[in-house]
Design a protein around this ligand. Structure first.
Ligand code: ZN
Length: 150
């Protein structure tokens, strides 16, 4: 097992056991639901958007370890970001897991989110990893449901 996949395993286990920002957000003014029928992952993203800044962000739901860990890390990465920064991260993350971005060679803001690069080798897992990002994107757009089809 490579060093990266060991780190990946550790991070997934840790975030799955202790998901960050895992609660309902009373101050949310945007709420979106995400559903990945392929795996059965289901989550709700709560967002407090003020002056084009994501002031607070949380999630609740049920699903596999990857979807939960990815959602947990998504909330950590996007909290405090502007709408433009959040959309950029969404695009970069999505491109990375679909194998369209070389996260080591091309400039990006992914940072520790790079540990999810390995899911591109497992097409069935791509939607697990990106579900929370699609749902966050839907919340930013003011939509109530996320699609993982795009
Ligand atoms: Zn899943």
């Amino acid at each position: 097992m490579s060093e990266l996949s060991e780190l990946y395993q550790q991070v997934i286990l840790d975030h799955n056991k202790k998901p960050r920002n895992y609660h309902k957000l009373e101050s949310a003014n945007r709420v979106a639901e995400g559903h990945n029928p392929l795996c059965g992952d289901q989550l709700t993203v709560y967002m407090q958007l003020e002056d084009e800044v994501v002031k607070d962000l949380s999630f609740e739901g049920s699903g596999c370890a990857i979807s939960k860990a990815a959602a947990s890390m998504m909330t950590q990465s996007v909290k405090g970001k502007t709408r433009v920064e959040a959309e950029t991260l969404f695009k970069e993350f999505h491109s990375m897991v679909k194998g369209e971005l070389d996260e080591e060679a091309q400039p990006n803001n992914l940072g520790r989110l790079k540990i999810f690069s390995g899911v591109r080798d497992y097409p069935a897992r791509v939607k697990c990893a990106s579900l929370s990002w699609h749902t966050m994107h839907a919340a930013l757009q003011g939509e109530e449901a996320a699609s993982t089809e795009t």
